[in-house]
Design a protein. Structure first.
Length: 343
């Protein structure tokens, strides 16, 4: 049985590791910047070179903050879904939110060519992609919520969410088949996921959405603990199942939907991180698991982004490819080592 001191020690190590990789992420890239210069640039813009200040403040710092928010938010939303459906293979996108976002962006990008000229260019801008992704996720969310109030079984909600995802993915496939090469390439690049090119205004909006989703998750911690023991036991404790399910779905939608809108669909983090965190924090108490998963997700995303940007190279690999290449072997190793996922 792990003690409070053990949890505290793990949290200290994770927080120090997160801080270290945050600075390393800001230091490495096509232009290598010493960590002491990074610290100077963050706290006052006093790096030795003006170009370093620009790189740190206007490019790398927003990207690192996005990595922290995206990794932590996706990991927590994955934990919520695994607890709600009591399924270790559930992730943040099982409700079809990612497919809905992809459909919104596909309709925008693949349909913008029909307008041409200035209007077509204006439609496919940074904020238009964010809005299209958010609207697509929101419409799928509304459909799932309508089903939530009519269906009592949570497993039925899971299956219906997967069906929504299949339908939207089919529509995207049809649009892709009839699109031209240029628009199709643009859509594929969006689907790779990207943590860069975020404005400070976008970071502020993403931060507000992430903190709102995390707040709802923390408030629902006791309800999540009760759900692990089964719906009948939770009802005997006075838990309102439909209201709890509604809150958990809302929290997941805010987290996964906003992150997908700003960073694109990032795979594997929400599925793998909760299991990785449970290897260290052997508890079912969500008041411990939520912050643990949050920090682990942020740390993993920073590590993946540091690898993706290929230090000393001008090329940046798709973040989706790196998260899968790193995350999949870790989960396979855990399966082989433990014979089962802790849940």
């Amino acid at each position: 049985m792990q003690t409070t001191q053990t949890y505290r020690a793990y949290f200290i190590v994770l927080c120090l590791s997160l801080l270290a990789f945050f600075l390393v992420n800001l230091s490495l890239g096509s232009v290598s910047i010493p960590i002491d210069e990074v610290v100077k640039g963050i706290f006052g813009g006093n790096a030795s070179k003006e170009t370093w200040n620009y790189i740190i403040i206007d490019y790398r710092l927003p990207k690192a903050i996005t990595a922290v928010l995206a990794g932590g938010g996706l990991a927590v939303s994955g934990l919520l879904m695994q607890t709600l459906f009591r399924n270790p293979l559930a992730g943040p996108f099982v409700l079809g939110l990612s497919s809905g976002a992809s459909l919104g962006v596909a309709l925008l990008i693949l349909g913008a060519g029909a307008f041409g000229g200035f209007l077509g260019t204006a439609l496919v801008s940074e904020w238009s992609l964010v809005i299209a992704s958010a609207v697509g996720s929101f419409l799928v969310l509304l459909a799932v919520l309508m089903v939530t109030f009519r269906v009592k079984d949570t497993m039925a909600i899971l299956i219906i969410g997967l069906m929504f995802g299949s339908v939207t993915a089919a529509v995207v496939a049809v649009l892709s088949y009839f699109s031209n090469a240029e628009k199709l390439q643009q859509y594929i690049f969006w689907s790779f996921g990207s943590l860069g090119n975020q404005s400070w205004q976008g970071i502020l909006i993403l931060s507000c959405c992430t903190f709102l989703g995390l707040f709802i998750a923390v408030v629902s911690s006791k309800s999540l603990n009760a759900l692990l023991l089964g719906e009948n036991y939770a009802k005997s404790m006075g838990l309102h199942i439909k209201r709890t399910t509604f809150l958990i779905i809302i929290a997941t939608s805010i987290l996964a939907g906003s992150i997908t809108a700003f960073a694109g669909p990032i795979a594997f983090v929400g599925l793998a991180v909760p299991h990785i965190a449970r290897q260290f924090f052997k508890t079912s108490n969500h008041l411990v698991l939520i912050p643990a998963v949050l920090i682990c997700g942020s740390l993993l995303m920073l590590i993946c982004d540091t690898i993706a940007q290929l230090p000393f190279s001008e090329y940046t690999l798709p973040i989706n490819a790196i998260t899968s290449l790193i995350g999949a072997p870790v989960v396979i190793w855990l399966l082989v080592r433990k014979r089962k996922l802790l849940f």
